[in-house]
Write a protein that binds this ligand. Sequence first.
Ligand code: AR6
Length: 340
Amino acid sequence: MPLEIVRNDITKMNVDAIVNAANNSLLGGGGVDGAIHRAAGKKLLEECRTLNGCETGKAKITNGYDLKCKYVIHTVGPIYKNGKNGERELLESCYRESLNLAKQYNCTSVAFPLISSGIYGYPKDEALKVAINVISSFLFKNDMTVYIVIFDKASFSIGEKLFSDISEYIDDHYAKNALDACREKQRGSLFRSLSKSSKASSEAYDFCSYDTCNEESELGKVLSQIDESFSQMLLRKIDESGMSDSECYKKANIDRKLFSKIRSDVNYKPSKPTAVAFAIALELSISETRELLCKAGFALSHSSKFDIIVEYFITRGIYDIFQINEALFAFDQSLLGGTK
Ligand code: AR6
């Protein structure tokens, strides 16, 4: 998918270019810079010596040598003092300049570390927000897959208040609904055996959707929903929203090729993160989200943290996919968007 947050060592990323959080000399250092130089071998330092350093907020490119990637883009982040010395603008510039260089060198995939968030002291949650903002606005105008690589989960946080609000929401709903989930499962299996004997099901529908639909519907209503496929409902909702297709799939953090597949295959069955991503992009209400998920054979249940977190944001009218992904990442859940 176009913007992905992953936990990894950036030197192991299989992409066209990785970005190095370097210093003005470009002659190596500690942190991710040290790791990249060690993995790339001595030739990287030799090429860096020819570059005459780099200003803060700017970027320069070299080959990747022994790394899996073709290029290393070296950028120099600001040293964080108190946030009042233009640190944010300089950090934004690091991401923009690096992305523009990657584009100029025809890279289709790029991996960034959280620049400045280690030795240079930029608060990690703020650094992540800057990264997400700049990268997502770049991706609105450009086709590229961009990874933000988080190395150390321990020091990563989405902000204490949001984290504790979501934790509380999960606790409330997870615990309260454990019994309901169990009852729904029983009803679901009853429904599955019914559908088996009537042969009324399509594989795509999978009847787990019964879990979501059952509260307000009888068998007849559930069956009538089979008529409109996921793809058809999605395209209808896009038309109704007044958005263009590309506005919608970009807002959903969905790959253009995946969108074309969904568009051309009326029976396409997306993954759950993809289906939810479209619901977020279309700013659907919680019941419309359930309806769209039903079409792909999925439920929003209270026995899954992923579902509860998604519900947390939708019920608050927060439809910023990257903000939701930050939270999902902090709770170790799959992120929205995707290639399936
Ligand atoms: N893969 C991905 N991320 C990593 C890795 C790795 N292998 N190693 C560290 N990080 P830092 P800065 C994360 O200190 O703050 C150097 O000496 C790390 O957890 O590498 O921009 C340069 O030469 C943190 O979140 O870079 C400069 O002098 C992020 O990468 C100075 O450090 C950036 O941490 C630059 O400091």
